[in-house]
Write a protein that binds this ligand. Structure first.
Ligand SMILES: *Cc1c(COP(=O)(O)O)cnc(C)c1O
Length: 414
């Protein structure tokens, strides 16, 4: 790695802007010599107690609440610091990153860092289901009001603000239905209204979408997905500029959020290969989406990389990559037919989550999860309702297509 100045006084306070490409940063990020020692990866520092040499060191320790400073296990050690710093370096504009035991915990950490009783939060109507449930459950109990909005309708979005609106929760593309929204435009409206913009950037990761260069204040990611990449890890992260990073950190410390060094080491291992994995799964997903589009069983293929998919032009404008997660909606099939299709698949595991090396399938019915937007969308056939989400892994795409083809045949053979 390039010889960076060794700075034992802690966080450099921002992402490096050395002009290197993201693929290169993915390899180097967070590997400070004082954390790795003479080996490639930072060792797993298992620690609750950090010991001080003497009273003066104990007093000094209290002055530095930042990554890079030993204090106590809850503030992490080099393994967790290396991961947080690597994620910060991947998102230019971030001053720091906080780690959480899951992506949902990261979403809660970000929203609780900004919201207080009496506030209103505007939540995109195509948000990840647990985000929606958090807004209508936990946040509501705390006296915070959630209002859902159509991310494609900028006029009603602007009209949704009131003097109590403190934050906007975005996700791009939307969960399950995969519409790409215009984040810079929505963020500009939100800022004009004095609201803080939080983006769930799990789908694209910073390799595919740069949150802070597109107007967001905080970016949340489920590291369980692309960063872990092997379906053996749960973790989340939230990054922000200096002001929001400080708030995220305080809030996480008040809530006692920690991640284990073993998990941080697994996440770092996953991170190093994330670029090549995403390139492969993105290419396969596009091939499969194009194939699905030509099938008579399919009413719509929903994949941001696919021309004609909702918001594809914005994806082309704002994104530098994609991933293997896509959806499609059946043409006029019922629940039983969808179940036959899913049961007939051999290479797709039935299960939640995504971003692993193995392909997965889950059913969805977006009508149950939307309140500000119609489903099926206006202009679609009425019977284009039942959906399936595919997480495309690292298998050969021709084998995956053959598996999908035989499952369509099995579906309609009954
Ligand atoms: C899975 C997911 C999360 C939550 O991540 P966990 O690590 O499973 O808690 C958040 N946002 C999106 C978009 C997701 O798909």
């Amino acid at each position: 790695m390039g010889r960076r100045p060794c700075n034992p006084q802690g966080n450099r306070g921002g992402a490096v802007s050395d002009g290197r490409k993201p693929g290169t940063r993915l390899v180097e990020a967070g590997r400070r010599p004082e954390w790795t020692g003479p080996v490639v990866n930072p060792p797993v520092w298992r620690a609750s107690t950090h010991l001080y040499a003497n009273m003066a060191a104990l007093d000094e320790g209290k002055k530095h609440n930042a990554d890079g400073h030993f204090f106590y296990g809850r503030r992490g050690a080099p393994t967790q610091w290396a991961l947080a710093e690597a994620l910060t370096e991947l998102g230019p504009g971030a001053a720091g990153t906080v780690l959480y035991p899951s992506g949902v915990a990261a979403i809660a950490g970000a929203l609780l860092a900004v919201l207080a009783p009496g506030d209103v939060v505007l939540v995109t109507d195509n948000a990840y289901e647990p985000t929606r449930l958090m807004a209508t459950g936990l946040l509501k109990r705390m006296g915070i009001e959630a209002r859902f909005f159509d991310p494609l309708d900028h006029t009603s979005f602007e009209l949704a603000f009131c003097e109590r609106t403190r934050a906007v929760m975005l996700e791009n593309p939307g969960s399950l239905t995969m519409e790409v929204c215009d984040v810079p435009a929505l963020a500009a409206i939100a800022r004009g209204q004095g609201a803080t913009v939080v983006l769930d950037n799990t789908w694209a990761s910073p390799l595919g979408f740069q949150p802070f260069q597109h107007g967001c204040d905080m970016a949340v990611m489920s590291l369980t997905k692309h960063v872990g990449g092997h379906s053996d890890l749960m973790m989340g992260s939230a990054s922000g500029g200096a002001r929001w990073h400080a708030r995220l950190r305080q809030t996480a410390q008040s809530l006692g959020q920690v991640v284990s060094p073993d998990d941080a080491a697994l996440a770092l291992r996953g991170l190093r290969t994330m670029g090549v994995r995403l390139e492969r799964s993105t290419a396969s997903a596009l091939t499969i989406a194009q194939w699905l589009e030509g099938r008579e069983e399919v009413a719509r293929a929903l994949c941001p990389m696919l021309p004609g998919s909702p918001g594809h032009e914005i994806w082309q404008r704002d994104f530098t990559g994609g991933c293997g997660l896509l959806s499609f909606v059946f043409a006029g099939r019922d629940d039983a037919a969808r179940a036959r299709f899913i049961d007939a698949l051999n290479l797709f595991g039935i299960g939640y989550s995504w971003g692993g090396f193995e392909s997965l399938v889950t059913p969805f019915d977006a009508g149950e999860l939307r309140s500000a937007t119609p489903w099926p969308p206006t202009g679609w056939p009425d019977d284009a309702r039942l959906g399936v989400r595919l997480s495309i892994g690292l298998e050969d795409s021709s084998d995956l297509i053959a598996d999908l083809a035989q499952a369509f045949a099995a579906m309609d053979a009954a």
